[in-house]
Design a protein around this ligand. Structure first.
Ligand code: GLN
Ligand code: ZN
Length: 763
């Protein structure tokens, strides 16, 4: 096999025009056959291989493609399909039933892939499961790649990551690591089979779990499993690859095993520099992740070359493979589809295909010297230097007004006057009863609502027509809420298609791509905003709609804002300053909105932080720093509120056990959370903690179309009252209602209000 100087950890698969998404969804709707899905898949794989091949990537991943999820594919490869799906004989049907459920099977659980926005399927394991290795998918891809003249490397999710991410379903202890001794033989059998693919087979074993704190309990298993896996077959070149953080503890173990190479991330694990000596003392190949695989900024090639010089002062060049920091699954395809972004902004961006070119340019310069570049490459190199320079200096990025405001930010990083004082004033002002009823913000986004937004965007209707139509939706929504008898109203969020995009589009320093889709799970993609420069708010963003809504009712109208931490966590964030600084800038912008709203008489304001918990770092050691800036950002945003302005926040989850102190410190007057699906056991942590502020635990699950009955809602409220006193509780659904239909929303809310009346009468 030829010498490998570079590779990419993995490539995206959904397709630059989201071809796979479209093929899958059409197949699921029954509008096309599975043959069509297969032919699209084949085309995508071949296209992606040849992109990499043409760009000058030496070893190219196979088995990074998946029809739904790679972890789910591992379940199939290892033959660990849960019993509950075994009645489905057709393989394809069974695969999608595991992923999405069907009429008679609930889907397997899905959860976040480490600290990314990608979600994987959680394997369900139990003791005594019999494995059955099937490498046909890998083999097909391997052969097809070879045929194209590509040098394949086989991507596999490693046994430790697979197990740590799995769930044990046969007993009280859900930790699947307890099944280690049963799963290792399956992996050994898998590796034996892989050895039949060729005379030398390169295997990349992904073990991102090794960059988390779980590495401590894994360290013994780590050595043993890789000793054993390496014994499985002599012709396998095994590279254990980590990403998303440093892998200090793991590398100390891995150098003692016979693996051929170790992959570490130098972008998100800068501490990895400290373990170079350890690698150098071993005879391992170092796969150095230097091109950011999960953010979209160009690499500053000069500084990447410097980094590589530092690395190669310890680990010799012959033992280096240059790589992306992680799979390119987490970035969009190519900026060539972007027609609306300015040339400046585009020159600062590198999506997947552009990253391939960067990697190959870096490889050439590093190994062969800048003199070896042909004229086209030399031009790219010069452009990269220019663009890196312009990123450092451009007025589009560096806004003097924002920076001068940032100088006084310290004084704003504090919470308001004490809650006890505030809440008294607020109760006097609003005089709401205990168990006050409200909703989380959005109401059904009907076809009609979407059409009006779309028509306005496409210039089909005028601004004034758009405003009239939106006002119509708001008016109707307010009327419905009043007739249901809700006590604190909302305007319904009809003008928003997404809680982050709506704000992002109005903020300076934030851009949107046209085609920057990234897979979130299965066929679902998101298009995150791009925060490229100093952020500010040129004009009020929500004031118009909120004040109009308030003018229609005497009841309090809640202003509805998305919080700074959530905007940050759901965006591509600039990497030329600390994330905290960007977050503070967003916080200042939202703070201005809070102030405008309260001055206009909107005295209840909800600042949604749906992604607050999502942003928690992988390592406990990094958490205090995150919590500090996240908290401070929330304070900057809400600190401007007067005592009689009531600050609400909403979070889309319920498990606050490990972050309750931080939630308390956020110091919102009212927090609404998602407890409907988990019962009120999770609410208890608020009680045990002595949490004094007001809480709206969602009383029914908006993710289901089912209409909860008065009796069951009453029961639910009574159960809440066993944990917390009525004065502390608000009653609301567990999230926004935008995905539901009016026919579901109205009776559900009516029942909710009736249930509250009954409970109040019984108090
Ligand atoms: N206010 C938003 C809504 O109701 C909150 C959405 C969310 O938490 N994800 O839609
Ligand atoms: Zn929510």
């Amino acid at each position: 096999m030829s010498e490998i100087r570079n590779w990419v950890t993995g490539f995206a698969r959904i397709g630059e025009k989201r071809e796979l998404k479209k093929a899958l969804e059409s197949y699921w709707r029954g509008e096309s056959t599975f043959d069509e899905v297969e032919s699209v898949s084949r085309e995508l794989k071949e296209r992606h291989w040849s992109y990499q091949n043409r760009a000058g990537i030496d070893a190219i991943s196979v088995n990074d493609f998946s029809l739904y999820d790679q972890t789910l594919d591992m379940v199939e490869i290892l033959g660990l399909v849960p019993d509950r799906f075994k009645d489905i004989e057709d393989r394809v049907e069974r695969y999608f039933a595991m992923a999405r459920g069907d009429a008679t099977h609930t889907a397997m659980e899905m959860t976040k892939w480490f600290n990314t926005n990608y979600h994987y399927i959680v394997p369900e394991l139990k003791s005594g499961m019999e494995y059955k290795i099937d490498i046909s998918k890998i083999e097909d891809e391997y052969r097809a790649a070879k045929k194209l003249g590509v040098e394949p490397k086989v991507n596999i999710i490693g046994p430790l990551t697979f197990l740590a991410n799995a769930r044990r379903v046969d007993g009280p202890n859900e930790d699947a690591l307890t099944l280690y001794t049963q799963i290792l033989p399956a992996y050994i059998a898998l590796f034996e089979k892989l050895s039949s693919l060729g005379s030398r087979v390169v295997v990349q074993v992904d073990e991102p779990i090794l960059v988390t704190d779980r590495v401590v309990e894994l360290s013994l298993l780590l050595k043993e499993s890789y000793n054993r896996l390496c014994e499985a077959a002599e012709n396998l070149d095994i590279y254990v690859v980590t990403y998303f953080n440093h892998a200090k503890e793991a590398v100390a173990q891995l150098v003692q095993t016979p693996v051929k190479g170790i992959g570490i991330d130098f972008v998100y694990g800068s501490e990895n520099i400290e373990i170079l000596d350890m690698i150098s003392a071993s005879n391992k190949v170092l796969v150095a992740g230097v091109v950011d695989g999960r953010n979209i900024w160009i690499s500053d090639i000069e500084s990447k070359l410097k980094l590589l010089e530092t690395i190669s002062s310890k680990v010799s060049k012959e033992r280096l493979i240059i790589s992306t920091s992680c799979s390119l699954l987490h970035v969009p395809y190519s900026i060539s589809y972007e027609k609306r972004l300015s040339d400046d902004i585009k020159s600062w961006l590198a999506f997947g295909l552009e990253k391939l070119d960067e990697l190959s340019l870096i490889t050439k310069i590093f190994f062969d010297g800048a003199d070896s570049l042909n004229s086209k490459e030399a031009l790219s190199y010069a452009r990269n230097r220019e663009a890196s320079q312009s990123r450092r200096e451009s007025k589009l990025i560096h806004d003097a007004a924002v920076q001068s405001r940032m100088e006084s930010i310290e004084g704003l990083k504090k919470s308001r006057r004490s809650f006890e004082e505030r809440i008294k004033i607020q109760h006097e002002k609003f005089a709401y009863a205990p168990l006050c009823t409200t909703t989380i913000g959005s109401f059904p986004q009907t076809q009609e609502v979407r059409a009006v937004r779309r028509d306005f965007k496409n210039g089909k209707i005028s601004k004034s027509e758009y405003v009239d139509r939106m006002k119509g939706f708001i008016k109707e929504c307010v009327k419905i809420q009043e007739s249901i008898g809700l006590e604190v109203l909302v305007h319904g969020e009809f003008e928003r298609n997404d809680m982050v995009e709506y704000f992002g589009e109005q903020l300076k320093g934030v851009a949107f791509s046209e085609n920057g889709w990234v897979q979130s799970y299965g066929s679902r993609c998101v298009k995150p905003p791009i925060i490229y420069g100093d952020v500010s708010r040129p004009e009020p963003m929500t004031l118009f709609w909120s004040t109009y809504a308030q003018s229609l009712t005497k009841k309090p109208m809640k202003g509805m804002l998305t919080g700074p931490v959530t905007i940050l966590n759901w965006s591509f964030v600039r990497d030329d300053q600390p994330r905290s600084k960007t977050c503070f800038q967003i916080a200042l912008a939202i703070r201005d909105e809070v102030d405008d709203l309260q001055r206009a008489g909107i005295k209840m304001i909800q600042v949604d932080e749906a992604a607050f918990k999502e942003g928690y770092p992988l390592r406990a050691a990094d958490r205090p720093a995150y919590e500090k800036f996240a908290l401070e950002s929330f304070w900057i945003t809400t600190g401007v509120a007067e005592d009689d302005t009531q600050i609400h926040t909403h979070m889309c989850y319920s498990d606050f056990n490990d972050i309750i102190d931080t939630i308390e410190a956020m110091d919102a007057d009212v927090i609404s959370i998602e407890t409907a699906r988990s019962g009120n056991t999770l609410l208890k942590v608020f009680k045990e903690h002595g949490y004094k502020k007001e809480i709206g635990p969602g009383v029914y699950d908006i993710h289901s179309p089912r209409i909860p009955s008065v009796e069951e809602l009453q029961k639910q409220i009574l159960a809440l009252l066993e944990v917390l006193p009525a004065r502390q509780l608000w009653i609301n659904p567990d999230c926004g209602l935008k995905t539901r239909r009016w026919e579901e929303v109205i009776p559900s809310l009516e029942n909710m209000v009736k249930a509250v009346k009954k409970v109040r009468a019984s108090l």
